[in-house]
Design a protein around this ligand. Structure first.
Ligand code: NAD
Ligand code: ZN
Length: 392
């Protein structure tokens, strides 16, 4: 399988995303001259530090002057002010200069944190992303959003900062825990649901191959996803209009994540899978899409092994539907006090609407929370999800 290159054309900030196998051994070839200063600062986490070591060895063997590595504790808590300070001061202690390059080797946590550090230290140094989760390869490494969490909410401090290059080595995904892989797959499905029915149809046929990490299937899915996100980002770099579509399933999903208390029982992509089903349910109740569309989306996500209902979250959420809808109001996407919903007029046809009766939203959430409506489909889906959960 050959390496694919997707160019993100943001005018002066143009950069390439490489998608392929064994890329870490050739990473020096992919780093553009204007980003390769000779001094590299690799930020990683302890679960993927072997890949970081590989990057370090390759860069040093290819003549890098200096290459330092900092391995952090894995997990969302690492995206904090304290660790951000630690990262910046670590770079300064090793005499980082304007022509140095920060290399993020990790999932979205490391990419967001290292990217924000690269944007901030000395007011901006070179930045290279080596995303190691499916979510990071198809979503967080594309688009230039970087940042950290605060006690007031996630991702509230940050900067738009584009990398000089993104190196997505799909072989790295082989060590990713299955639940994390599937959570990333939910974002892949999202691109089909937003604007691309034929990609969704392809996923219905080949989604299993993607999740089994068949090289050609993963490479195609990552490429399609990256192009879909890039198209939207190029059209709308600072999230005014079309970029909002990328939040399909996310307003519901973020509320579920908040209700679950970020305690690990619900991964972001799992919340998004449930949230996308809710968005289709809401759209179908509003007469915008058919019930068949809703069922088709839920069926595909469940076949892959993703949760599709809030009832499947274990241990169960303690909040009722009204409380969860209230949590939706805390989302940072609220504009002038109005909550915008990403709705669909069918698969591949999403749009933004602020015109949604709250009672209907409560009903959608209540049905997603209810576990015993006696439907056999629901039981089947729940069993499927439990088997993935227990295999971890
Ligand atoms: P993550 O970075 O926490 O990675 C998930 C887990 O997998 C971690 O424990 C990590 O150590 C481990 N891991 C990573 N790669 C591995 C590999 N190849 N083999 C074995 N283990 C591996 O989580 P994530 O899902 O990649 O990213 C989530 C973060 O991304 C969130 O903080 C979210 O806010 C952010 N995000 C940012 C954007 C953006 O546009 N910047 C978009 C979406 C999400
Ligand atoms: Zn997401």
């Amino acid at each position: 399988m050959g390496t694919k290159i997707v160019t993100i054309d943001l005018g002066a900030k143009e950069y390439d995303i490489y998608i392929g196998e064994s890329l870490l051994y050739r990473i020096h070839d992919m780093i553009p001259d204007d980003v390769s200063g000779g001094k590299f600062f690799i930020i990683t986490d302890n679960n993927v530090s072997d890949y970081a070591r590989q990057v370090q060895e390759t860069l040093l063997a290819q003549g890098a002057q200096q290459c330092e590595t900092l391995a952090l504790h894995p997990g969302e808590k690492t995206k904090s002010f304290e660790i951000f300070q630690q990262v910046c001061e670590w770079m300064l202690s090793h005499k980082i200069s304007r022509d140095s390059v920060v290399v993020a080797v990790g999932g979205g946590v490391i990419g967001d944190l290292a990217g924000y550090a690269a944007a901030s230290v000395l007011r901006g140094v070179g930045f290279v992303q080596v995303p190691t989760t499916l979510l990071a390869q198809v979503d967080s490494s594309v688009g230039g959003k970087t940042g950290i969490n605060t006690s007031y909410g996630k991702n509230l401090i940050g900067a738009f900062y584009q990398p000089g290059v993104v190196v997505a080595d799909i072989e790295i995904l082989k060590t990713l825990p299955r639940r994390e892989l599937l959570a990333g797959y939910a974002e892949v499905v999202k691109y089909g649901l937003i604007e691309d029915l034929s990609f969704f149809e392809w996923l219905e046929e080949h989604g299993r191959d993607v999740c089994a990490l068949d090289s050609d299937a993963v490479s195609y899915a990552v490429e399609k996803s990256v192009r879909a996100k890039a198209d939207v980002v190029i059209a709308d770099e600072k999230e005014q209009g079309r970029r909002a579509l990328l939040n399909l399933g996310h307003t519901f999903g973020h509320a579920l994540e908040a209700a679950a208390g970020y305690d690990g029982r619900l991964l972001h992509g799992e919340a998004v899978a449930i949230g996308m089903v809710m968005a289709f349910d809401l759209s179908s109740r509003l007469g915008l899409c058919t019930k068949a569309d809703l069922e088709r989306v839920e069926e595909h996500l469940a076949q892959i092994g993703l949760p599709t209902r809030a009832a499947f979250i274990t241990p169960n959420l303690t909040q009722n539907a009204e409380k969860i809808v209230e949590l939706m109001g805390n989302d940072k996407k609220v504009k002038k006090g109005r909550l915008n919903y990403i709705l669909v007029k069918g698969i591949g046809n999403a749009f933004v609407s602020a015109d949604v009766p709250q009672e209907l939203v409560v009903e959608v959430v209540r049905d997603s929370l209810g576990s015993d409506d006696g439907q056999s489909l629901q039981e089947m889906l729940q069993d499927k999800w439990k088997s993935v959960f227990s295999s971890q």
